[in-house]
Design a protein around this ligand. Structure first.
Ligand SMILES: Nc1ncnc2c1ncn2[C@@H]1O[C@H](COP(=O)(O)OP(=O)(O)OP(=O)(O)O)[C@@H](O)[C@H]1O
Ligand SMILES: [Mg+2]
Length: 338
């Protein structure tokens, strides 16, 4: 479990610290640092490890893909104001640094047995791998793609879509377990009826589709279900395939109807009970309150505040969760690169 996350010059955060609990809901308005926090926690176990998304499957490349604007932005986005010379993520005592040296970014760790020892800027450093600073999508090389800290799984509406092929390819691992029927059972009632199973079946032109099997042999393709249901089903399947120690879900309430949000909150509770750390973000005080209520008041709710590059969090009581709470904190006047 990660109890303390500290950031220096990482994305929108020049400096900041977040104290995390076994179950944390991070609430904040736009530009309050929520995604930055989850991305740091996602990279921390090793930016070069494989993650369950298709086409692009190296963790840091996945983030590059989600931040890609037009044709090319390289890995500038990792550095505060796109110009810092070093970005650092510290989870408890574990440190990952991104060090710029001309056209190259060296990714280093403080674990002496995890990387390759090189001299960087006159000092020895344990290098996990290198990224090209300017070229699109290039992971120049890595020496270690193993997890060096508890593994984390990042979920978000855009990553859900990037996970479909991964789920399809790995379907045989699920087919012989009762995972799908269990997920179906815990889904709230859908407009077409109660879901009894999740299947993968042949579809048009030799393709396959993931289907929600409803009562009376009716079925609906997962990609035609509401976005909230899609996000939830894919989240549960990815969790079963990866069994991460830390589950990160950005904009958790996106597209979720209240009944599905309730199923999601109950699922989080059961994960936390089994020892998985759960950290989710939302812009909605109402969603935070609903999740906290459904989870029996277990989660710690943090208000995320980003001002002039400084990230802070303030612990909130459930009684403080009304719309006014976000009004009190002005959004960051973040500095953007020219
Ligand atoms: N590399 C960077 N340098 C400087 N500022 C950045 C960088 N990357 C992101 N930012 C800024 O950091 C701030 C926080 O971004 P972040 O995506 O974490 O916010 P958020 O709380 O997730 O917002 P939203 O609710 O809109 O998703 C934003 O103002 C963003 O423009
Ligand atoms: Mg965000």
């Amino acid at each position: 479990m990660v109890r303390s996350l500290r950031l220096w010059n990482f994305r929108g955060v020049e400096k900041g610290e977040v104290r995390l609990a076994p179950f944390t809901i991070i609430l904040g308005g736009n530009n309050s640092g929520k995604t930055t926090i989850l991305e740091a926690l996602f990279l921390a176990p090793n930016p070069f490890r494989r993650a369950p998304y298709s086409g692009v499957d190296v963790a840091v490349k996945i983030l590059q893909e989600t931040h890609r604007v037009f044709e090319n932005t390289g890995y500038f986005f990792l550095f505060h104001n796109y110009t810092s010379s070093e970005a650092r993520i510290k989870c408890d005592s574990h440190v990952i640094s991104f060090l710029r040296d001309d056209e190259t970014i060296y990714v280093t760790t403080n674990k002496s047995d995890a990387g390759e020892c090189l001299m960087l800027k006159g000092k020895p450093a344990n290098v996990l791998g290198k990224l090209s600073f300017t070229l699109t999508n290039i992971v120049s090389m890595y020496v270690n793609d193993k997890v060096t800290k508890e593994d984390s799984l990042l979920l978000s509406p855009s990553l859900t879509r990037m996970s479909y092929d991964y789920v399809r390819i790995n379907w045989p691992l699920l087919a012989h377990s009762n995972v799908c029927s269990r997920i179906a059972e815990e889904l709230s009632r859908l407009p077409g009826g109660k879901c009894v199973d999740i299947t993968m079946e042949p579809f048009f032109k030799g393709g396959v589709s993931i289907n929600l099997l409803l009562e009376e042999e009716k079925r609906i393709r997962l990609s035609d279900a509401g976005t909230g249901v899609q996000n939830y089903v894919i989240a549960r399947i990815l969790y079963e395939l990866k069994k991460p120690e830390i589950l990160l879900w950005d904009d958790v309430d996106n597209g979720l109807d209240p009944a599905t949000l309730l199923s999601v909150a109950r699922w989080f509770s059961s994960l936390v009970e089994k020892g998985t750390q759960v950290i989710v973000t939302t812009r909605s005080p109402e969603a935070a309150r609903r999740i906290a209520e459904a989870a029996g008041g277990r989660p710690t709710i943090l208000l995320s505040i980003l001002k002039e590059g400084k990230l802070e969090t303030r612990r909130l009581l459930e009684t403080e969760l009304d719309d006014g709470i976000l009004e009190a904190e002005k959004p960051s006047k973040s500095l953007r690169a020219a």
